[in-house]
Write a protein that binds this ligand. Structure first.
Ligand SMILES: Cc1cc2nc3c(=O)[nH]c(=O)nc-3n(C[C@H](O)[C@H](O)[C@H](O)COP(=O)(O)O)c2cc1C
Ligand code: SF4
Ligand code: SF4
Length: 435
């Protein structure tokens, strides 16, 4: 099916006061660092494009050596288009080579094109002092940005290369000092009418509290997340791979980003959330939306696959919406987030389980026994499970390749706790069973 990228209504979505034609956003970076690249991103079909961050310590872009290092990126000579799922990307790229006030000229030239194609242009920059932050904000707005993404995530502290101590007060400094960041948000919001998003570093902590500070300062949304610094080692040489920022190419980053993005969305009702870091496939984007994001940023997956990939993301989402009969993105936003279990709900609503083997399927391989840490399984020709020992952890049923193990609800909750303590019943106190 050929996609009409201009008229994909089913994917249209609200992001703060903006309406995007789809929720797929080009994350700030090399995808959109020049006039030509921004235009190509627009043509690729992104709902919005975040520009490469320009910062007032632009000279930090002078130390990216080597620029990119892929660790564990497997190629397949028999399939030139093979894309590995799991690898690390370490890099040393920081800001644009151009100062923010020069980047304004790039925005001025690219913005009319983005406007004409119904693609929102989000200007990204970082600065040190409040007057720098506000001056650039007004210049970016005047140049045609639909929104700003103020970069509180990179560059990282310039690691001895700062020309003055003030150069350390940039980028990630504001994720680490959110009270100061909130003052900057407040100052910018007094001057510009376009929405302001704050991009956070995963190297921070206390994201809900931090997001509340930005919400109270008037921010329209947060972007969660940028890269954080990572380390890998080549065990053949004993040398570290470059020690640098890493995007979400390795699976677990998505789960972390989704968790914090969902928590912020739950607690900060006025903030829009752009999720990202680890969204690789269109399915990942759907997950982010269901977990509370209003739009989803993709950066490194598009950098490595090329801009044609955006069309695949759009088509994948469109087919999904058709298959599931969803009428639009608003139908799926937050649906999973609203059902995230609290501990009290879990204790009240979720029954304990035990495992049962279907002997007609079991091939006696013993795989289940190796993963049972409650000593409930024995295997002769076929696996046998002792119900009173089974803690219902369900690992065995998930590792069994024969599909021979099924999980069942327990009638009696006490049996579950007895199974958990089966090895040392004399060591538990009686109130263990009644809490
Ligand atoms: C090479 C490279 C350069 C990047 N440069 C920027 C940047 O200038 N500004 C920014 O806000 N984020 C930058 N990022 C971070 C991405 O926008 C994105 O937040 C991050 O890579 C996680 O998303 P992903 O897993 O989709 O790549 C860069 C990422 C990469 C890989
Ligand atoms: S893993 Fe499955 S097939 Fe193998 S012994 Fe256990 S139940 Fe049987
Ligand atoms: S569910 Fe867990 S505790 Fe029960 S038999 Fe399987 S692995 Fe053992």
């Amino acid at each position: 099916m050929e996609t009409d990228l201009q008229n994909t209504n089913v994917l249209s979505t609200k992001l703060a006061s903006l309406t995007l034609k789809n929720p797929i956003v080009a994350g700030g970076g090399p995808l959109a660092g020049t006039v030509e690249h921004i235009k190509r991103c627009v043509d690729a079909g992104f709902g919005a494009v975040v520009t490469k961050t320009a910062s007032t310590v632009w000279y930090l872009q002078h130390f990216p050596r080597p620029l990119y290092k892929l660790v564990g990126y497997k190629t397949d000579p028999s399939d030139h288009y093979y894309e590995p799922d799991d690898y690390f990307w370490l890099h040393r790229e920081h800001n644009s080579s151009f100062t923010p006030m020069n980047f304004v000229k790039i925005i001025e030239q690219a913005a009319p094109y983005a406007h004409s194609k119904n693609c929102k242009l989000i200007g990204s920059y970082s600065a040190r002092f409040t007057d720098e932050w506000t001056q650039i904000a007004t210049a970016y707005e005047a140049a045609g940005c639909h929104a700003l993404e103020i970069n509180f995530c990179c560059p990282f502290p310039p690691e001895g290369l700062a020309k003055s101590p003030d150069d350390n007060r940039v980028g990630i400094y504001y994720t680490k000092h959110p009270e100061e960041g909130a003052k900057i948000v407040e100052a910018i919001k007094q001057l510009v009418k376009i929405p302001v998003f704050v991009k956070l570093s995963p190297d921070g902590s206390g994201f809900v509290e931090m997001a509340k500070l930005f919400e109270n300062a008037g921010a329209d949304g947060v972007t969660m997340f940028a890269n954080n610094k990572m380390l890998r080692v080549d065990i053949e040489t004993g040398l570290p791979e470059i020690y640098g920022p890493g995007p979400g190419t390795a699976g677990a980053f998505k789960a972390m980003a989704m968790r914090f993005a969902a928590e912020v969305k739950q607690e900060c009702s006025k903030l829009a959330v752009m999720g990202g870091r680890g969204a690789i496939t269109w399915q990942d984007g759907i997950e982010f939306l269901m977990a509370g994001s209003d739009a989803v940023q993709y950066c490194s997956p598009v950098m490595i696959r090329g801009l044609d990939y955006v069309k695949k993301l759009i088509e994948g989402m469109e087919s999904y919406f058709a298959r599931k009969s969803y009428k639009g993105v608003e139908d799926i936003k937050e649906i999973a987030m609203r059902k995230i279990y609290t501990n009290t709900q879990l204790a009240k609503d979720v029954k304990s389980l035990y495992a049962k083997v279907d002997p007609s399927r079991c091939v006696g391989c013993g795989r289940c026994k190796k993963s049972c840490w409650y000593d409930a399984i024995s295997v002769a020709k076929c696996a046998g499970i002792v119900k009173k020992r089974c803690a219902g952890c369900s690992l065995c049923s998930q590792v069994c390749s024969a599909g021979a193990i099924s999980m069942h609800e327990r009638e009696n909750e006490r049996e579950h706790f007895e199974a958990m303590a089966m090895a040392h019943p004399d060591l538990v106190t009686e109130d263990y069973y009644s809490i």
